[in-house]
Design a binder for this molecule. Sequence first.
Ligand SMILES: [Zn+2]
Length: 334
Amino acid sequence: MSAVPPYPWQNATWRQLAQARAVGRLGHALLLVGPAGLGKGAFAQSLAQALLCEAPTGEGSPCGRCRPCHLVEAGTHPDLMRLAPEEPGKPITVDDVRNWRARSGLTAQLGGNKVAIVAPADAMNASAANSLLKVLEEPTPDTTQILVTAAPHRLPATIRSRCQRIEFGAPATEATLGWLQAQRPAAPVELCLQLAGGAPLAALALAEPAVVQARTRCVGQFAAVAEGRENPVKVAEEWLAADFDRLLDWIGGWLADLVRLRGGGRAARLHNPDQAAIFQALAARVDSKVLFGLVDQWVQTRRAAASNLNRQLVLESLLTRWAAALPKASHRPT
Ligand SMILES: [Zn+2]
């Protein structure tokens, strides 16, 4: 049986829900809310298994041995439905929700509970959300809807108000460092956790050796573009192959550090403390107007990132602007 809850930093939340269930106070609609990288999806899966298990333990965990448990783990339980986009960026459609509405109105095939996991719930388009609202307004017995989202504000207020909200926050660093170290013994896990804003699974992805190397290389290229040693268009072309959202995060962290250092901030408080020397050297010479123009451009890009951006143009334009950030050596008196 897989661990329950799936990650150690979820223990308190799990206990809270198990207790609510034990006294019959677990809602028929749950909204799991919190930033990406905390394992909300895996938590939802474990919770669904606990709801479908024939013999949950005293702590409310699934037994891992009964037929429903096996079917959940195999992904073939007939009374567990996953509503998810066909591929990332696509919506959850009204047909998906109608399918669930029809099923939730029928008797459970295994005679127990029926559970739907809607993840990410903010991927529902307007008609899908409307359709789900009807299910939430007229709950069927023995039916639970588990909605998972990092962006609850994108859900209609009518849906949010009908759900029991369960908050997932970034856990305390001490709670996750040991876990991260066990997964990636050779990686700079403390730095990765900081870069990931405290989200352990996002930190785990950053701690991949290839990602650690890529980040160091990108910082070096970023500095080289400002110093006129690398061509911004060529660097943009290379960066296109990287994970775009992660790259945007990195660039945001670099710009934030430059702003902080420019304002007299201490190196110890940086997003990128391991690269402090590079950013200190850049911050000492950077043109404030160019820097703040870049920050504005980055904010706009981040806002638009969900829609269809021309990523090559975005990176070229950011880097070309950045290439003008330092006074060039040729202007120095000889
Ligand atoms: Zn079981």
